[in-house]
Ligand binder design. Structure first.
Ligand code: TEU
Ligand code: CA
Length: 559
């Protein structure tokens, strides 16, 4: 397999609003990131994926952009940005920008023009349709509740917004739109950035007749089949690749909701015609259901293994995987599959091992390396996220979910769980700000914080540091083939990696309790323990036929 730096890298996602506040206004900022560059270097990550820092009215925390070449005032200035980029590069860290081009803000000058009149030169930058019998052009619901269409009085027409009404969808079928986007991307590349994470890029090409979708529990139609992996998406990405991406040395990752294996082989093909890799959602959606993600069901390990193993084996040698448990849209995986009490650190290390020993490029979300967990939000007023707040109103006010149940679901699943400030130390507000934080700080910061984590050799932080180092030392980790063992086991996730003459055995106990591991014959031999979360586990233990694993125990043996 051909080697590349982005195949051997570990990416760290920064959600700037919640990372580090340098000026006491309660909002994380660019100078706050620059201050923590030494910390990131010590962790050992190679690349930062920076969630949006562009000018934005902040309807969706920066995922609604009003100027792609300007910096949001809350976050600082372009000079602050340039200083951060320079500092990152001096620390040997690359910067990947979030590219949000499925939609803009409704305050973007293109949209301000577009809505003025049907013959405005910017009209076709967005997706405008006549209503049908006084109603929206079709039955689609938006991702953030309510219809996906907004009526605009000025021209008596509707515009499409798959997300909030303040996030109108761009019309990618218009070559001018593509030209504008590519030239803006080029402008950032000229600045010296190192790549793009592309927001909902699988949804940029819509089925032209925009047909009604199957009605969901919310009463709206599902747009999925008509916008995900749409008719021209690969053509547009190949054009983007020819015009921009191929001219620089970049890491590119497409956020592809609704992506299948077959589609991923096109988006992320190793021939390099489109992107380097995609974020797939299948393992995240395993606990979803009728009312989208709003429930408190647990993910079943057998299903998780089946999904992840499918991606591992089917893309191997054909396309590249990205690996993640967490991001700014997901509740903390530690609260979903691990333990936040007695076994917090043990389970955080187990989850990290399970992911980081797989084939692909791993992504760490800020605070994951500290063992940060979901926050104890209590009332609706504690939430800031547009998706959570709108979902509460839609589902509770229509009587589909009771207030009590919905509060429990929000606590378990809300995106705000990932968005509480990074816990730096045990001083007030976890050292995140000297002012009033824009969202609550998780009160567990007295115990869980970076200062404490860095002071102790056996911490989650140092464990992540070691996982990152191992990926650099052993080529089998980025490049080896994957094979799942014990697919039916409901508690253990065991797999192997093979490369040249070498093999790795990865053992992870997902149960908060003891589990017996029947050692397969071929592994009852001499090996080298390379990482473990119970210090007394030795590779010799595998010479017996059974090993008694402890709660959330994990280890990796190299043969
Ligand atoms: O997310 C797209 C996406 O698929 C999410 O809406 C997802 O369905 C939801 O968050 C799961 O709860 C991207 C960004 O990552 C997200 O932060 C933005 O809100 C969204 O696009 C719109 O830009
Ligand atoms: Ca600030």
């Amino acid at each position: 397999m051909e080697k590349a730096w982005w195949k051997e890298s570990v990416v760290y996602q920064i959600y700037p609003r919640s990372f580090n506040d340098s000026n006491g206004d309660g909002i994380g900022d660019l100078n706050g990131i620059t201050e923590k560059m030494d910390y990131l270097q010590e962790l050992g990550i190679d690349v930062i994926w920076l969630s949006p820092v562009y000018e934005s009215p902040n309807d969706d925390n920066g995922y609604d952009i009003s100027n792609y070449k300007g910096i949001m005032k809350d976050f600082g200035t372009m000079e602050d940005y340039d200083r951060m980029l320079k500092s990152a590069h001096e620390h040997g860290i690359k910067i990947v920008m979030d590219l949000v081009v499925n939609h803009t803000s409704d305050e973007h000058p293109w949209f301000v023009e577009s809505r003025k009149s049907v013959d405005n030169p910017y009209r076709d930058y967005y997706i405008w349709r006549e209503g049908k019998e006084g109603k929206a052009p079709n039955n689609w619901g938006s991702c953030f509740s309510g219809p996906a269409w907004n009526y605009d009085e000025q021209t008596d027409m509707y515009y499409l917004h798959l997300f909030s009404p303040k996030q109108p969808d761009l019309n990618w079928d218009n070559p001018k739109v593509r030209r504008e986007v590519f030239s803006m991307m080029d402008w950032w590349c000229q600045k010296g950035i190192d790549g793009f994470r592309m927001d909902v890029i699988s949804m940029i090409s819509k089925e032209p007749d925009l047909p009604d979708g199957t009605i969901k529990a919310t009463g709206y139609g599902d747009f999925g089949p008509y916008v995900q992996n749409g008719p021209h998406v690969h053509e547009y990405l190949q054009e983007m690749n020819q015009k921009v991406l191929s001219r620089y040395d970049l890491l590119t990752v497409g956020e592809c909701s609704g992506v299948t294996i077959e589609e991923a082989k096109k988006y992320a093909s190793l021939d390099g015609k489109e992107l380097n890799m995609v974020f797939q959602f299948e393992h995240m959606d395993l606990d979803g259901g009728e009312t989208f993600k709003w429930n408190d069901r647990k993910i079943k390990l057998t299903e998780l293994k089946q999904v992840l193993s499918k991606w591992q084996t089917e893309l191997y040698g054909k396309a590249w995987n990205s690996l993640y448990w967490n991001n700014h849209d997901q509740p903390r995986m530690l609260s979903r599959l691990g333990d936040t009490k007695e076994y917090r650190e043990t389970s955080a290390k187990m989850l990290a091992t399970c992911l980081h020993m797989m084939q692909g490029t791993p992504y760490i979300y800020q605070g994951e390396e500290l063992g940060m967990a979901n926050a104890p939000f209590e009332t609706l007023e504690d939430y800031r996220d547009i998706e959570s707040i709108n979902a509460y109103h839609e589902l509770v006010e229509s009587g589909q979910i009771s207030h009590e149940d919905m509060m429990r679901y929000l606590q378990y699943k809300s995106r705000d769980n990932a968005r509480t400030p990074v816990q730096w130390d045990d001083s007030e507000n976890a050292g995140f700000t000297t002012g009033t934080p824009w969202i609550m700080v998780n009160p567990d910061y007295k115990q869980v914080n970076a200062k404490e984590q860095m002071s102790r050799e056996d911490s989650v932080f140092h464990y992540y540091q070691k996982l990152i180092r191992l990926r650099k030392e052993l080529e089998i980790i980025p490049y080896g083939a994957y094979q799942l063992l014990l697919p039916e086991d409901e508690n253990l996730y065991v797999y192997t990696r093979s490369y040249k003459e070498e093999q790795l055995l990865v053992v992870c106990n997902f149960k908060k309790g003891g589990v017996s591991f029947a050692v397969p014959e071929e592994f009852r031999r001499e090996g080298e323990m390379i990482i473990q979360n119970y210090p007394d586990r030795a590779s010799e233990d595998l010479k017996k036929d059974e090993v008694a694993l402890r709660p959330f125990e994990t280890f990796v043996i190299r043969f």
